[in-house]
Design a protein around this ligand. Structure first.
Ligand code: PLP
Length: 431
């Protein structure tokens, strides 16, 4: 049955149209790629008002760009946020969020089940800024509460965790964040707003690696930060980027001037402007084109992932399969609650033959590409212990769900029967 939306457009309509209009100069229907570094000012007063944040407009593509602006509006609309910022990568999105929230000596609490690159970023790169991570167990929300201290400034989780399988109880963790009066940041990369909208469950900030399902075609790196507009940064004045007079802008208090999208503005005019991790307009164009088919692709990704997971569960070489879409999976109920349309397309399974069997499987697969990405229309495979999670200690690997026997799949949108045949052949050859 077709949904009717008397007041607001539906998700698929927003995925195609939000933020875009025919080009005012040429009438081009598709958002053009504004491949320019800079924009001519109308006059000196116009330039001054842009630099002083008295007017919105374009100065320089490191800070804003009209192609990227459409991507930002579209993702903000799909997530239900007040504003968004497109940046160079998912990692840049995480770093800019933290740069806006943290001061040296501050702490944040992160789920221990995260993409391995984020674990490295939090454990090592952030130390140079004096931002300290404390780890908590997403399966036991009380561990987040126990980790809170007077220096805690944020909580960070993934909605569906990479390398996959874990579905976070966002509402339980959001309650803890509310009590601690800190924002909850949710990395919604693997779910995308098609499967789950974290703001509806109490998140305050959403980040994406747009490199993955948003773009969807494995052709460009990008990231997005979405401001939920829900966190009151002015209440305790603990976030000086937003609640204190900014010397960069003649003493302006961004929280007073920009209200419920001040966080996104701070990420742009303080973080992106000064740290420079901007997205190329060409990448914004490609990601935007990908977003237009997000609902269709995600549905197919999920259907294929379930078919593949069911096949693997019955295979003699497979010890276990961790996919929340499978009845009986430990995250099945959370999956039904948070992602009723499907549990995503990235999941892990364990091989009876351990590390060696994992390495052999990736060698034998033909349709699945062995590479370090997820969220492509093509099916992908990786053995995290020998690749993405290699830098972690054995103990950290197991905590992160990347033990020696673990194989991660990102199931594409090909014919499920062909994917199953490829896996069957490779597993049989390795047995
Ligand atoms: N968050 C998640 C869940 C990811 O899977 C990744 C990359 O794999 C990132 C963040 C980092 O994104 P990027 O590679 O675009 O920097």
């Amino acid at each position: 049955m077709t949904e009717t939306h008397p007041t607001a457009p539906g998700f698929a309509t927003l995925a195609v149209h939000a933020g875009a209009q025919p080009d005012p100069t040429t009438g081009a229907r598709v958002t053009p790629i504004y491949q320019t570094s800079s924009f001519v000012f109308d006059d000196v007063d116009h330039a001054a008002s842009l630099f002083g944040l008295q007017a919105f407009g374009n100065i320089y593509t490191r800070i804003t760009n009209p192609t990227s602006a459409v991507l930002e509006e579209r993702v903000a609309a799909l997530e239900g946020g007040t504003a968004a910022l497109a940046v160079a990568s998912g990692h840049a999105a995480e770093a800019l969020v933290m740069h806006t929230l943290m001061t040296p000596g501050d702490e944040f609490i992160a789920s221990s089940k995260l993409y391995g690159g984020s674990i490295n970023q939090f454990n090592h790169a952030y130390k140079n800024f004096g931002w300290n991570v404390k780890w908590a167990d997403p399966d036991d929300p009380a561990t987040f509460e126990a980790a809170i201290s007077p220096r805690t400034k944020a909580i960070f989780i993934e909605s569906i965790a990479n390398p996959g399988g874990v579905i976070c109880d966002i509402e339980a963790i959001a309650k803890i964040a509310r009590r601690a009066r800190v924002p909850l940041i949710v990395d919604n990369t693997l779910a995308t707003p098609y499967l789950m909208k974290p703001f509806e469950h109490g998140a305050d900030i959403v980040v994406h690696s747009a490199t993955k399902f948003l773009g969807g075609h494995g052709n460009s790196i990008g990231g997005v930060i979405v401001d939920g507009g829900s966190f009151d940064f002015m209440a305790d004045k603990r976030y000086p980027m937003i609640s204190a007079p900014r010397p960069e802008y003649g003493g302006m208090v961004l929280g007073e001037t920009f209200g419920n999208f001040a966080f996104a503005i701070a990420c742009r005019v303080l973080g992106l402007r000064d740290l420079g991790a901007c997205i190329s307009p060409f990448n914004s164009f490609l990601i935007l084109t990908g977003v237009e088919t997000l609902p269709l692709r995600m549905q197919r990704h999920c259907e294929n992932a379930l078919a593949v997971a069911e096949f693997l569960s019955g295979h003699p070489a497979v010890k276990w399969v961790s996919y929340a879409g499978l009845r009986g999976d430990r995250y099945y109920n959370l999956g039904q609650k948070y992602c009723p349309k499907g549990a995503g397309a990235v999941f892990t399974f364990g091989l009876k033959g351990g590390y060696e069997a994992g390495v052999t499987l990736v060698k034998n697969l033909q349709l699945f590409s062995h590479l370090a990405n997820v969220g492509d229309v093509r099916s992908l495979v990786i053995h995290p212990a020998s690749t993405t999670h290699r830098q972690l200690t054995d103990e950290q690997k197991i905590v992160a769900g990347a033990g020696p026997d673990v194989v991660r799949l990102s199931v594409g949108i090909e014919d499920a029967a062909d994917l199953i045949a490829d896996l069957d052949k490779a597993l049989t050859a390795g047995a």
